[in-house]
Design a protein around this ligand. Structure first.
Ligand SMILES: C[C@](O)(CO)[C@H](O)COP(=O)(O)OP(=O)(O)OC[C@H]1O[C@@H](n2ccc(N)nc2=O)[C@H](O)[C@@H]1O
Ligand SMILES: Nc1ncnc2c1ncn2[C@@H]1O[C@H](COP(=O)(O)OP(=O)(O)OP(=O)(O)O)[C@@H](O)[C@H]1O
Length: 284
């Protein structure tokens, strides 16, 4: 049997950090939404009991460091599964980009193996398991749009954002999420208005949503990698309605209401950056 799962990327429309926790993680409050930029996960049964990962991408590990591998191992051990699985990952989401590519691959593997191995687990149960793999995995199990709290694993679903285009540009650098959190100065944070963002989304108020985009990790990454600021400036110059870095970066996204403007921003950015995408929010 063969199972296919789509693993979409996320962007953070609002990302606030409330403080550092005793376990070393940070307490966050963020609005996440899935976008139509996705990896594809293909799961096939292996009678040998082995977990095999194939990705044909030199930036993606094909061993136990792969988050999809970790998802399979977790389910296999927890539910005493003797069969193995081959996980073929077709990567489209840029790696180490702030778009939760690895987390979404892990989440898709959890959903797919739940079907392949007939485990009968609910999405809520898979999301709890996902948190053992990484902070973004729980959200990726559900997708859609949500307020994520705790270290990112507590998910409250909210409505889909108003329709718009999202242009993404990823500079060639990859960013370590741990480094960005480590360099965040908690005594000097300009907190974004997360509640206002929820209100804007509920009211489908596009202008208000654009005005309230905010990410406290942005300044940290901008200091480490000035090229991210250049891409932000270019995206604004080409006419994006609002621009922000996603997660710990370095990917920058711009929101754009009109299709003709989207083409201008997309084509403009392609001259500066080789990983540029124009997609819709999935949101629901
Ligand atoms: C930046 C975001 O992508 C925003 O959605 C997430 O907060 C990060 O999620 P993630 O990549 O799944 O993070 P994890 O793999 O759980 O953690 C990677 C590292 O980031 C730091 N980390 C992560 C999440 C969090 N709430 N506080 C942290 O301090 C920790 O040093 C951790 O060792
Ligand atoms: N399935 C996977 N896809 C991509 N990277 C993976 C995967 N599994 C493990 N990794 C490792 O994880 C690192 C971070 O990659 P990923 O693309 O998940 O980062 P990210 O988009 O910044 O994540 P987040 O937004 O959740 O912080 C990579 O450098 C890679 O070595």
């Amino acid at each position: 049997m063969r199972i296919l799962e789509k693993a979409p990327a996320k962007i953070n429309l609002s990302l606030d950090v409330l403080g550092k926790r005793k376990d070393g993680f940070h307490e966050v409050r963020m609005i996440m939404t899935t976008i139509d930029l996705a990896d594809r996960i293909e799961l096939s049964e292996l009678s040998s009991g082995q977990i095999k990962v194939v990705s044909h991408n030199r930036f993606v590990p094909d061993d136990q460091r792969n988050l999809a591998y970790q998802a399979a191992k977790l389910l296999k051990e927890r539910y005493h599964i003797h069969k193995g699985v081959s996980i073929a990952i077709t990567k489209t989401i840029p790696v180490a980009a702030g778009l939760a590519g690895g987390s979404s691959d892990a989440a898709a593997t959890l959903r797919g193996l739940n079907r392949l191995w007939s485990l009968g687990l609910s999405l809520d149960e898979l999301a709890v398991l996902g948190a053992e793999i990484g902070s973004d995995v729980s959200f990726c199990v559900y997708g859609g749009t949500a307020l994520a709290t705790g270290r990112g694993e507590k998910i409250q679903h909210i409505q889909a954002p108003p329709h718009c285009w999202v242009v993404l540009a990823k500079p060639t650098i990859g960013v370590s999420t741990a480094d960005v959190y480590r360099n965040l100065n908690l005594s000097n944070i300009q907190h974004p208005n997360v509640e206002g963002m929820i209100e804007a989304i509920n009211e489908k108020n596009y202008e208000q949503m654009c005005g309230l985009l905010g990410n406290v990790l942005e300044n940290v990454t901008l200091k480490m990698y000035p090229e991210v600021a250049q891409i932000k400036d270019q995206m604004k110059r080409f006419g994006a309605d609002a621009v922000l870095m996603s997660g710990s970066g370095p990917t920058v996204f711009g929101l754009i209401q009109y299709e003709s403007r989207m083409h201008r921003v997309y084509n403009g950015l392609r001259g500066f950056c080789n990983q540029v995408f124009a997609v819709r929010m999935l949101g629901e």
